[in-house]
Every structure is written in structure tokens, then in C-alpha cells.
Design a protein around this ligand. Structure first.
Ligand SMILES: *[C@@H]1O[C@H](CO)[C@@H](O)[C@H](O)[C@H]1NC(C)=O
Ligand SMILES: *[C@@H]1O[C@H](CO)[C@@H](O)[C@H](O)[C@H]1NC(C)=O
Ligand SMILES: *[C@@H]1O[C@H](CO)[C@@H](O)[C@H](O)[C@H]1NC(C)=O
Ligand SMILES: *[C@@H]1O[C@H](CO)[C@@H](O)[C@H](O)[C@H]1NC(C)=O
Ligand SMILES: [Zn+2]
Length: 433
């Protein structure tokens, strides 16, 4: 009888003690992105580390990137919690429809005028609240926002090899030392694979399976590094990606789309981004908008939109930057302008409702439940989760914490309960004997 009272008291103490402690303590946060990691890439390859990580943490069945399913726009939605029409990073390429300027992706990474449109990314919001943050190759991390830079930035330069495993591990060591020796609170770490392999070789190839195994080894290395740096109890890790990948349809299987067959691009259009996968934009010459729209409406294997008639669910229509005509090819078709010069075997940029465009979400660490499978959700909801993990006040955003909250030990309460069960069970058993 007395023992039972003691046990109840002990349980109450544990349950009460844990949440109080976790309220005070801010965990560190590592956000990792592996570009172009389709949601099902680990299902036809042996991935022991990814499998173990799912047991030790959270795995979403898949997540849906925003329209459009492209690196810079999607990453910027993840790090801001805003739709593309609001953050205005509407393409991987910085462009100007008046001057016809098009800046290659890697150079766009350091052009603040492309990224800084009044929406503050997580790094800056966290820094404003006293946290220390860093970006290692992460899209948007090298820009200056309202005059403010991310505390520490590594910028991936053009021509940088993307698949060097030795360097991948070195980058993890570097990031871990930022956490353990320099007390950074948030680091975002970006890898350019498996996107490159997906484009160059196609998603249904041995090369893609090999790069997924390399990523799996990297996850194993990451988990070892967390242990070595004694960060197991203080570091939360979220691993995600920006979009999926699909096999590009080519002759003789299909007739490739050549837009100039349907409209005279030179006569009717003053600016275009085509030959860049499944998503294209066009600025018609003055007075030619309807003609361009009608011509493209007759082209097969694509859908054409006037910007102001874009479905609201795309969250693109309010963008000022987006040109007046937007073209989305059917899954697997490339939007060629005049000739087929396009060599990719895999691509993205297609409708985010297509399963091939869906991507991954994984997480583990002291804040996350174990062996928890989440239903699919939109990547826009990652942002409020990251803010909750860092215990900061989010900037205005379009996500919802309710979508992801169940992944977390709710306010420390269930963690308390778990501790009491762990403590109580052996005691109960020993009294029974
Ligand atoms: C495009 O370039 C023109 C000419 O330099 C400039 O006036 C305009 O502001 C630029 N547009 C955008 C959206 O940056
Ligand atoms: C891979 O990275 C390591 C470490 O940075 C470097 O020494 C090596 O030269 C790189 N290998 C290639 C093929 O770039
Ligand atoms: C592409 O369009 C052509 C012409 O309308 C049609 O016959 C064909 O089925 C389409 N291909 C696919 C894969 O949808
Ligand atoms: C997204 O959030 C912003 C800021 O709260 C708001 O102004 C905007 O209307 C929201 N967009 C949608 C589609 O709800
Ligand atoms: Zn890509």
C-alpha cells in the first residue's frame, strides 16, 4: 500500500519534472535537404540507415512541394512557410523580362535582389530573436535580407562536384563542430544529389539507386557524428527535399513538344523561359496575349494558363514577377522551344499532384516521437514546425502547426509519461515478485 503511494508520487514527479525542463531548454536544429529525392526512392534499394532512422524518429508517407516543383522556389517555401506567389522566387533562374537577362542558377544563389522581396526566411527571423544560424549551400542562404546576412554562409560555387562522398562527410563534420564548439542553434545543409543523377541518368536507373545508397551511408555518417559530438540529446534533425523526378518521354516513344510549331515565338513573344523541363513562362508581345494563349491551347501534352486564371491551389497567380503566360507540360514532356536540344533523361517542374513530384520528410531527435509515420502533408507546413522546434515566434506564414504537431512529444507531457512507465515497470515487477 505504502509502496503504491510512493510509486504514484514518483510518477507524478517525473511527469511534472520533464515538461518543465523541456520548456526551458532549446534544442538545436539541423535541416538537411537532398535535392530531388523522390518520395519512393528508398523503396527499391537497400537503405539500412534510412530504415533505422524511421524507427528512431518520424517518417511522412510523402510530402507535396508547392507549385512550382523546382529547386529555388520550393526550398524558399520550406524556409519561409510562404507560397511562391508571396515570396516571388518564381524560378531557379533570375530573369528580367524587359532586358531579357537570364542568370544561371548557381549565380542566382548569390543575387540578393532575386531572394529579398520582403519575406524573411527562417535564418533571419531566428537571428532577430537572438539565435545563431548558418547555411551550408542551402538555396537562399547566401542572400542578404533587409541588409542582414545569415551569421555564417557557405556558398556552393558553379562547377562544384555534387557527389563527392568524402566531402559530404567533411561537411557534416564541419556542421557538427559549428553546433558543438560554436553553439550555433540552426544550420541548414544542402546536397545537390540525387537531383543531378536523376536528370543525367533518369530516376529508374542503377545510377540513381547507387546515389541513394551513398545518401544512406551519409545518413549513417551523420548519426555517428551526432553521437561523437555528444549532440544526441540536444539536436533535432529534419531531412527533406524540394521535389521528385520523372523519366522524360522521348522519341520514338512520343512526339516531343516543339512550341514553335504552334506559335511563331519570334513574332508573338518578347521573353521566354523554355527548354527547362516541364514548366515554361512566356511574355507575349503587346496585344498578343490572346493569340499566344489560343495557339498554345491547341498544342498537345501541355496545359496553358493566363497568369490571372491560374488555379488558386497553385498559389502562383498573385506573383508580380511571373510572366503573363504559364505553361505546364504533361508528366514527362519537356517544353522545347524551337529544336530539341534538351538532353535530360529525368526532370521535374510538373504538376505537384503527380506522385512522381512528391518528396520526402524525415525527422529525429529529442523532440520527435519514435517510429511515427505521418500522413502526407504539404511542405509549406514545415516552417511552423521548425519555429516550434527552435522556440521562436514565426513570421507571418501559410503553414499550420496542427499538421505536424502529432510528431512531437506534446509539450513534453508524453515524454514525461514515457519516463514514468520506464521507471515504474521494473519497480512494479520487482514488487510483484
Ligand atoms: C528589368 O530591367 C529594367 C532595365 O534595367 C529595370 O528598369 C527593371 O526594374 C528591371 N525589372 C525588374 C523586375 O527587376
Ligand atoms: C573529394 O573531396 C575530397 C575532400 O574535400 C578531396 O580531397 C577530393 O579531391 C575530392 N575528389 C574529387 C574527385 O573531387
Ligand atoms: C500527347 O498528345 C497526343 C496528341 O494529342 C496524344 O495522342 C497522346 O496520347 C499524348 N501523349 C500522352 C503520353 O499523353
Ligand atoms: C499567406 O499568408 C499571408 C501572411 O499571413 C497572407 O497575407 C496570405 O493571404 C496567405 N495566403 C493564402 C493563400 O492564404
Ligand atoms: Zn533539378
Amino acid at each position: 500500500m505504502r509502496l503504491q503511494v510512493f510509486l504514484v508520487l514518483l510518477a507524478a514527479t517525473c511527469a511534472a519534472g520533464t515538461p518543465a525542463k523541456s520548456r526551458e531548454k532549446r534544442n538545436k536544429l539541423l535541416l538537411v535537404s537532398f535535392d530531388g529525392f523522390r518520395w519512393d526512392y528508398d523503396q527499391d534499394v537497400d537503405t539500412p540507415h534510412l530504415d533505422q532512422m524511421a524507427l528512431d524518429g518520424v517518417k511522412a508517407k510523402y510530402i507535396t512541394p508547392p507549385m512550382l516543383t523546382m529547386t529555388a522556389p520550393s526550398h524558399f517555401t520550406t524556409i519561409t512557410g510562404r507560397w511562391v506567389e508571396d515570396h516571388e522566387v518564381v524560378h531557379n533562374l533570375m530573369f528580367n523580362t524587359t532586358t531579357n537577362l537570364k542568370v544561371p542558377y548557381k549565380q542566382t544563389l548569390s543575387r540578393s535582389e532575386w531572394w529579398d522581396n520582403g519575406i524573411l526566411p527562417l535564418w533571419i527571423t531566428a537571428q532577430d530573436q537572438g539565435l545563431k544560424t548558418a547555411s551550408f549551400f542551402f538555396p537562399g542562404g547566401a542572400a542578404t535580407y533587409r541588409g542582414q546576412k545569415v551569421n555564417r554562409v557557405r556558398l556552393e560555387e558553379a562547377g562544384h562536384p555534387d557527389a563527392n562522398y568524402t566531402e559530404w562527410c567533411q561537411n557534416i563534420d564541419t556542421v557538427m563542430s559549428w553546433f558543438s564548439e560554436e553553439d550555433f542553434d540552426l544550420v541548414t545543409l544542402y546536397y545537390g544529389e540525387p537531383d543531378n543523377v536523376g536528370h543525367a541518368k533518369g530516376p529508374e536507373t542503377e545510377d540513381r539507386k547507387n546515389i541513394i545508397q551513398q545518401i544512406d551511408r551519409t545518413i549513417g555518417y551523420l548519426r555517428g557524428a551526432i553521437k561523437r559530438h555528444n549532440l544526441d540529446d540536444s539536436l533535432d534533425v529534419v531531412i527533406t527535399s524540394d521535389h521528385g523526378m520523372t523519366t522524360v518521354k522521348k522519341r520514338p516513344l512520343v512526339d516531343e513538344i516543339i512550341l514553335n510549331k504552334y506559335l511563331n515565338l519570334f513574332e508573338l513573344v518578347s521573353f521566354e523561359i523554355l527548354d527547362y523541363g516541364g514548366f515554361g513562362v512566356l511574355t507575349p508581345r503587346p496585344g498578343k496575349e490572346q493569340e499566344v494563349f489560343d495557339a498554345l491551347s491547341n498544342a498537345p501534352n501541355l496545359t496553358v494558363y493566363k497568369k490571372h486564371e491560374i488555379p488558386e491551389s497553385f498559389h502562383l497567380g498573385r506573383s508580380e514577377r511571373l510572366p503573363p503566360i504559364v505553361v505546364v507540360a504533361d508528366l514527362g514532356f519537356n517544353l522545347n522551344s524551337r529544336f530539341v536540344v534538351y538532353i535530360n533523361k529525368g526532370d521535374h517542374g510538373f504538376h505537384n499532384g503527380e506522385m512522381d513530384m512528391k518528396t520526402i520528410f524525415r525527422a529525429f531527435g529529442p523532440s520527435f516521437k519514435k517510429n511515427f509515420v505521418s500522413e502526407p502533408f504539404d511542405s509549406i507546413h514545415i516552417y511552423p514546425l521548425l519555429c516550434k522546434l527552435l522556440r521562436i515566434e514565426p513570421a507571418p506564414h501559410n503553414g499550420s502547426l496542427e499538421v505536424t504537431e502529432a510528431m512531437l512529444w506534446s509539450g513534453g507531457e508524453s515524454q514525461g509519461a514515457r519516463f514514468s512507465v520506464v521507471l515504474l515497470l521494473p519497480l512494479l515487477l520487482s514488487t510483484a515478485l
